[in-house]
Ligand binder design. Structure first.
Ligand SMILES: Nc1ncnc2c1ncn2[C@@H]1O[C@H](COP(=O)(O)OP(=O)(O)O)[C@@H](O)[C@H]1O
Ligand SMILES: [Mg+2]
Ligand SMILES: [Zn+2]
Length: 478
């Protein structure tokens, strides 16, 4: 009759919580009792862990085994506790010493034959382990490169249960990670490739400078998608903490880039209009997955053919846009994912979408309704709109060379540095983050400059929010 203890991490979105796992081998009918709010997948751990232990050549204690996960009030999901459960049972049975378990966090699912299988979300688990003062973390070896991104922890990779058991006994090593790959951003598509569209280009540049949301309206084949894709090339690289946050989101989604877990390039995510709400804003069963809005965190969310998105999908964007994070409601609480993205929407002017507007066959009511599908509250947050014209000449002889990504990006970075300096004392980095009242009090613009805004307000042509938006954009170009 013995007691042993191991540690693991429970994930709630990208937030992790250290979980203590106690194994007690006591008197009573043989069996395994798992307590501490396990979900269905975790309940199945009992059978997996037992098979993995037996198939690794160990005796399974034929007694009453109680496995307690605490804090008991927190719901625990998934299969990542398997490794910690197996080690706790074997330590309680006296098969392995328990001393190393005291200071080690164990993460991994067990296959029936004892192999350690990768789980989603290893990176945020390690961030939580580090925050709680843990020193050593054992992870599935496939996730070693991802885990190594988190500095300040001893990270070890395991292929199978027996490797971990010999390490606990001080008899064998576990693999340490190789050097961390930092992915060089692939060269972004070149802005000079887009011919004409001076208004849309300027809007794109201002959007990049101030972090504004943008709506591009124009006939098909005029370069809306091209321009949207070129926005990320104009944006500054991510800060290291932002890159880590994005990597944590991708880790939970099971979508880390093959080139390396940590990427400094702002993400570009383009959900299709037939996406589900879960795919767009997050959800799904078990460990809720982050949606497109979170995979686009600190980057660009591009909604092509935006009016084709169903109203409930557009509506679901409101909270992430307003709050910069998503709370996915679960039966047992909610999980949180950051979602601070820059929205770019593209729309045809009407449903029939001819190459030239003169060929439109839509009734005027249908034309009006089409852009009206983008809900007011959503459009209210989009600071910039630009119209694209049909392209009339493409061949090199007929068009003058356009500015390159590099040229425009240099101006954007200057504007960004100025904005960051302007708001440094208040902790904001770009104008979009600044609330209207602060904008108004900081910018004592000359009366002549703000008069057109005041006039438009008085005539009811714009709302107060609209006036603030204009001010916000103005300050981006200053
Ligand atoms: N302004 C433009 N400059 C250069 N090529 C363009 C332009 N507009 C469209 N094209 C060509 O047409 C293709 C489709 O453009 P795209 O950006 O997808 O149009 P849209 O999204 O407006 O329908 C591009 O891949 C490109 O070859
Ligand atoms: Mg397109
Ligand atoms: Zn039409």
């Amino acid at each position: 009759m013995r007691l042993a203890r191991a540690w693991s991490v429970a994930l709630y979105g990208v937030d992790g919580q250290l979980v203590e796992i106690e194994a007690d081998i006591g008197i009573g009918l043989p069996g395994v009792h798992l307590v501490g709010l396990p979900d269905a997948a975790l309940h199945e751990s009992k059978d997996r862990v037992r098979a993995a232990v037996v198939n690794s050549g160990w005796d399974w204690p034929n007694r009453r085994i109680t496995l307690a996960l605490s804090p008991a009030t927190l719901r625990k999901a998934g299969s990542g506790f398997d490794l910690a459960l197996a080690c706790a049972v074997l330590a309680a049975a006296g098969a392995v010493p328990g001393s190393r378990l005291e200071n080690t966090v164990l993460i991994g699912e067990l296959a029936l034959d004892g192999r350690v299988r990768p789980v989603r979300g290893v990176l945020p688990c390690l961030l939580a382990a580090r925050r709680s003062g843990s020193r050593t973390v054992v992870v599935p070896s496939e996730t070693l490169s991802e885990a190594a991104v988190v500095e300040g922890l001893e990270v070890l990779g395991a292929n199978c249960l027996n490797e971990v058991l010999s390490w606990l006994a001080g008899e064998g090593p576990l693999a340490a990670p190789g050097p961390v790959d930092v992915e060089l951003p692939p060269p972004p598509p070149e802005l000079a490739d887009v011919v004409g569209q001076p208004d849309a280009r300027q809007a794109l540049e201002v959007a990049a400078a101030g972090g504004h949301h943008l709506l591009l309206i124009g006939p098909p084949g005029t370069g809306k998608t091209m321009l949207a894709q070129r926005l990320i090339g104009l944006l500054p690289a991510l800060h290291p903490d932002e890159a880590l946050q994005l990597a944590a989101i991708r880790s939970v989604a099971g979508r880390l880039p093959p080139t390396g877990p940590l990427s400094m390039a702002p993400p570009f995510v383009a959900p299709h209009h037939s996406s589900s709400v879960a795919a767009l804003v997050g959800g799904g069963s078990g460990l809720a997955k982050p949606g497109a809005v979170s995979l686009a965190h600190r980057g660009v969310l591009f909604m092509d053919e935006a009016p084709e998105f169903a109203p409930h999908l557009l509506e679901s964007l409101r909270t992430p846009l307003e709050e910069g994070e998503v709370r996915v409601a679960r039966a047992d609480g909610s999980v949180r994912y950051p979602s601070r993205f820059q929205l770019v929407m593209a729309a045809n002017p009407c449903p029939c979408a001819p190459a030239h507007d003169r060929d439109c066959i839509c009734p005027s009511s249908a034309r009006r309704r089409y852009l009206g599908r983008l809900s007011g509250p959503l459009l209210d947050r989009v600071d910039l709109r630009a119209a694209l014209e049909p392209v009339v000449a493409l061949s090199a002889a007929d068009v003058r060379p356009e500015e390159s990504t590099e040229t425009v990006r240099a101006r954007v970075l200057i504007a960004r540095v100025a904005a960051a300096a302007r708001w440094a004392d208040l902790g904001w980095r770009s104008n979009v983050e600044v609330p209207g009242p602060v904008l108004r009090s900081r910018f004592r613009l000359p009366r002549s400059v703000v008069r057109p805004l005041d006039d438009a307000l008085r005539r009811g042509e714009i709302t107060a929010r609209g006036a603030d938006r204009a001010l916000r954009v103005t300050s981006a170009v200053r």
